[in-house]
Design a protein around this ligand. Structure first.
Ligand code: BTN
Length: 243
């Protein structure tokens, strides 16, 4: 594996994006930093992670399979790769929270930020940013966060976990030719947090919505069966699933 190990950086995603703008990194180039000073989360949020305890890294995946409209497949493959990998470390009660948070015992242990690189109007590759809480013990301001250590009482070797995660990502992307979109979606949905259960969401205007998660669309939107028995489709910017 081609890995760039840094002590500190603003954000590994920003680092890889900047280098991809100069020339496309090799497939599966990994940038791992012990500390991120400006770790970024989805929708402009910050990613907080104690330095030296966790994994905060980004992987460059060159694109050979997908056009830009199919980008949600990449997101599902990454979620499935992390889910499958964490199972091998016996992390309990794993779920994927739409669109791509990884929960264990209903606590977030991993966040994913995928940034696609477009060149000449085509999807050239994706910067897959992964923040996995490994050995951190305390999450003072984040009551819904947890770590592999907190869930199992065991300390993990971060190099070993990183190698396993990259292996799992490679496996998912290599197997994609033998899979259909329907098959990938089915597998993804089977691990979805609150799938087919009545769930509460906060909409952009602050209102609360209750509905049953019926699945996802090709674009990664959520299909919700609402109280009036109609299925509505929501973009991930429009809804926050409340636990
Ligand atoms: C989220 O759940 O909001 C996504 C969090 C993604 C965090 C990772 S840590 C490594 C990479 N670099 C970043 O700045 N963010 C991603």
């Amino acid at each position: 594996m081609f890995i760039i190990k840094l002590d500190a950086i603003d954000s590994t995603n920003s680092y890889l994006r900047a280098s991809a703008n100069v020339s496309l990194p090799k497939d599966f180039t990994v940038v791992w930093s012990d500390l991120q000073t400006e770790g970024r989360g989805q929708m402009g949020t910050q990613w907080q992670s104690q330095g030296g305890k966790n994994l905060t890294f980004s992987v460059f995946k060159r694109n050979t399979n997908f056009n830009i409209e199919e980008r949600f497949v990449i997101s599902m493959l990454v979620s499935l790769a992390i889910y499958n990998c964490l199972r091998t470390f016996q992390i309990p009660k794993l779920k994927i929270k739409w669109p791509n948070d990884i929960l264990a015992e209903e606590h977030k242990i991993c966040g994913i930020l995928i940034e696609n690189i477009i060149k000449n109007n085509a999807l050239a590759g994706s910067v897959i940013g992964i923040g996995l809480n490994v050995n951190q013990r305390f999450f003072d301001d984040l009551p819904r966060a947890s770590s592999m250590y907190s869930l199992t009482g065991k300390l993990f070797d971060r190099d070993e976990v990183l190698t396993a995660l990259i292996g799992s990502l490679k496996q998912q992307f290599e197997a994609v030719d033998n899979k259909t979109f329907k098959g990938i979606k089915k597998e993804y949905e089977s691990h979805l947090f609150r799938f087919k259960k009545p769930s509460t969401f906060r909409a952009l205007n602050g209102e609360t919505i209750t509905g049953i998660i019926k699945g996802v669309t090709q674009d990664g939107q959520l299909r919700l069966l609402l109280e009036d028995d109609k299925i509505e489709i929501f973009d991930f910017k429009e809804l926050t699933l409340l636990y």
